[in-house]
Design a protein around this ligand. Structure first.
Ligand code: ATP
Ligand code: MG
Length: 501
């Protein structure tokens, strides 16, 4: 038994130890925190397992540190915050399962029982918080050995662990993705991979929300392709996101093949992850959020999940639009429109939010070809203004996605496209500085038109506003009230309207 130095320096561990002693129960730190200590990674939260009542111990600790305790009676857990860190308490349990349900029969248990029901050996390690062996590592399944070898293995027979809670199959993939670093892959042991293949149809009993949560966590990893490739290889992807599986394969007609769109999609996803990480480090990206109805701009500090979703789904419309033309070869005309239409269906199927985040993904999928199409055409100010208008505040994310989408086996082609792409980027910045389109607000409002012409809400108002908007975007007039007013009055008089004043 090794007693670990330094990992339990946080004062909270001494406090929990003291509270447990006075309650006459044994308490341990368990799971992600222990694993991350050995990996030298920072953990967001701390999980405490108690041989006894987790809620009672949490309440005792809450009193000592004068912190509110949130109790989840249905789950038998309780949580408190200590200096910004969430500390979660749970009673040690023994679980047994029936085949037809994920709802286990739960009984109180020992630490060992609790460790057995954990998903992986590397997640089942515990540090003792007892005075006599404070900081001792309790590792009955060789989690330390597996961590050193970069291996994901279940504590029990994988068929048992996975069929008890099938979500663990996706979690295996998620941890392989999350814990891998450049040059050091975490792998799922072969018998576990085989078991996942065998048990994959058990995913059907899971709620879609739990699946989506794991996908989200996979997507924000630094190399998310690892997870999606593993899910494809094990057959999980067919249950989770079948639309993505349809991107696989290359069809050949008269010796002409097309791009392998699954591989391409994963490459774009990783490119987005890398480019976003770099841009965040350089403070180049913002998030725009509504607070009390006003849009506020905040510097982005961590991966934006929805940009990752947009990357994953950017070509999802390709299988449905694939055509072979004798003259031009393979085409995927309109795949961005079809793809954007698929977004709400996919979000719904995974019970994901159908709100402005979904709209953002839809928009990026719809517009993902636009910046690059400017590269090949002559870049007119008016085309740039239109793009700025349609993308709005999401223009930087769109440009990042579009740049990441430049993948080709021909390095000269990539080089040329990237150079032209930079040109578009500069042009966008220039036009935006001059015309301020990304936050476009029509200088002519509906109220102004109604008052000026003494009319109620009607079709003409929309028409006049649209006319002004187009004139600004086309560069016929500047983006200001004076020019817009002159033009609007002229057009209104042509429509037979007269001001009342
Ligand atoms: P992260 O840093 O991603 O939060 P974590 O290890 O803390 O990693 P959580 O999902 O927060 O992961 O779960 C906390 C711990 O609870 C895990 O380390 C594992 O021991 C256990 N656990 C969570 N979900 C399951 C599950 N479905 N089956 C078995 N054990 C689980
Ligand atoms: Mg956690």
């Amino acid at each position: 038994m090794t007693v670990t130095q330094g990992f339990l320096d946080n004062r909270i561990f001494q406090i929990i130890s003291k509270a447990a002693r006075s309650k006459g129960v044994r308490a341990f730190v368990i799971g992600g925190y222990v694993r991350d200590c050995f990996l030298g990674r920072k953990s967001k939260d701390i999980d405490i397992v108690v041989e006894g009542s987790g809620i009672e111990l949490a309440e005792a600790v809450g009193e000592l540190v004068r912190s509110n305790v949130t109790v989840f009676r249905n789950f038998g857990t309780a949580m408190l915050k200590y200096k910004g860190t969430e500390v979660e308490f749970v009673g040690a349990r023994k679980e047994s399962y029936r085949r037809d349900s994920r709802k286990p029969i739960v009984e109180d248990g020992t630490l060992e029982d609790d460790q057995q029901r954990r998903d992986f050996t590397i997640n089942a390690m515990a540090f003792s918080l007892q005075e006599e062996d404070f900081g001792a590592l309790v590792d009955p399944f060789g989690g330390i050995r597996d961590l050193a070898a970069g291996i994901i293995r279940t504590p029990l027979d994988p068929d048992t662990t996975y069929s008890d809670d099938p979500l663990r199959m996706i979690r295996a993939v998620r941890f392989a993705t999350k814990l891998s670093e450049p040059g050091r892959r975490f792998t799922i042991v072969p018998e576990s991979l085989e078991s996942i293949r065998r048990n994959r149809n058990r995913l059907e009993i899971l709620s879609r929300e739990r699946i989506a949560e794991e996908l989200d966590k996979m997507l924000v990893c630094s190399e998310p392709s690892i997870g999606f490739r593993l899910m494809e290889e094990t057959g999980l992807l067919e249950y989770v996101l079948p639309q993505l599986c349809r991107l696989k394969g290359v069809e050949n007609v008269d010796g002409h093949g097309h791009k392998e769109n699954f591989t391409h999609t994963l490459e774009v996803l990783d490119n987005v992850a890398a480019a976003e990480t770099e841009a965040i480090a350089e403070g180049r990206l913002s998030n725009f959020e509504f607070e009390d109805g006003v849009e506020v701009q905040k510097q982005r500090t961590e991966p934006y999940l929805w940009l990752r979703w947009a990357a994953l789904l950017h070509d999802i419309g390709k299988p449905a639009t694939k055509r072979f033309d004798k003259e031009t070869g393979w085409t995927f005309h309109g795949h961005e429109v079809v793809g954007a239409r698929m977004v709400p269906k996919i979000f719904k199927s995974l019970k994901m939010p159908l709100n402005e985040k979904m709209k953002y993904v839809e928009k990026l999928v719809l517009l993902h070809l636009r910046p690059i199409s400017l590269v090949t055409e002559e870049v007119t100010d008016s085309a740039v203004r239109r793009l700025l208008f349609e993308a709005g505040n999401d223009i930087d994310d769109l440009m990042l996605l579009c740049n990441a989408d430049i993948t080709s086996k021909n390095p000269r082609k990539v080089e040329r496209l990237k150079q032209n792409f930079e040109l578009v980027g500069r042009k966008l910045a220039e036009v935006e500085a001059k015309d301020a389109i990304r936050n476009f607000k029509n200088p002519i409002t509906g109220e102004y038109i109604m008052e000026l012409y003494g009319i109620p809400p009607c079709r003409q108002i929309g028409e006049l506003k649209e006319f002004v908007k187009n004139a600004i975007l086309d560069g016929i007039i500047g983006n200001n009230f004076a020019e817009a007013d002159v033009l609007m009055r002229k057009h209104a008089s042509e429509m037979g309207m007269k001001p009342v004043k």
